[in-house]
Design a protein around this ligand. Structure first.
Ligand SMILES: Nc1nc2c(ncn2[C@@H]2O[C@H](COP(=O)(O)OP(=O)(O)OP(=O)(O)O)[C@@H](O)[C@H]2O)c(=O)[nH]1
Length: 172
């Protein structure tokens, strides 16, 4: 038989993290290669599609950049819906904001247990420490991010949406 392989692949990526850590800046950097510092009010929930070539195959990333909510309970259907929709997660904190790192710790646990409850496959999680350019205001040592990733089986990158495109591309 002659098999025809699909030439395109889709992957859904959910971007989560506390307010002002740079979720939109990272997403916009990936989509446009540019850093846009301020863009006024963000839409409540935004899904963007982005085509790229991985190992010679064209793929489309659907990126859901969503505002932060502390409510990670599965009873809230929006969190359950997001977790079920995603094939992978990008969890963002700012290296200058300790509380945002704590939020990422909670998000890793909440996603893992939600995927279990929903009988969904284990999905890859990338932990991203953003604002690396603001090293003089650093509140979270790189080592802590790396350790969290090792302990939880996640990937880890430190990047700057403001200064660098390739680091952001690698994280996604
Ligand atoms: N210096 C520096 N500033 C950054 C970086 N990334 C984002 N910012 C700034 O941080 C602020 C917040 O960025 P956003 O992209 O709006 O953050 P967000 O996580 O989408 O925020 P919410 O929409 O509130 O959830 C803005 O003033 C950005 O210009 C970075 O890598 N370096």
């Amino acid at each position: 038989p002659c098999y025809t392989w699909s030439r395109t692949m889709d992957a859904n990526v959910l971007v989560l993290g506390k307010e002002s850590v740079g979720k939109s800046a990272l997403t916009v950097r990936l989509l446009t290669r540019r850093f846009i510092g301020e863009y006024g009010l963000h839409p409540a929930e935004s899904v963007y599609s982005h085509s790229l070539v991985v190992d010679g195959r064209e793929m489309t990333l659907n990126i859901w950049d969503s505002p932060h909510s502390e409510d990670l309970s599965l009873k809230t259907s929006l969190f359950a819906k997001k977790v079920q929709w995603a094939d992978g997660f990008v969890l963002v904190y700012s290296i200058c904001d300790r509380a945002s790192f704590n939020t990422v710790c909670r998000l890793v646990q909440a996603i893992r247990s939600a995927r279990d409850c929903l009988s969904a496959d284990k999905a890859p999680i990338v932990i991203v420490g953003n604002k690396r350019d603001l090293h003089h205001r650093r509140a979270v040592p790189s080592e802590e991010g790396r350790r969290l990733a090792l302990q939880t089986g996640c990937h880890f990158y430190e990047v700057s949406a403001a200064e660098n495109y390739h680091g952001v591309l690698t994280a996604f």
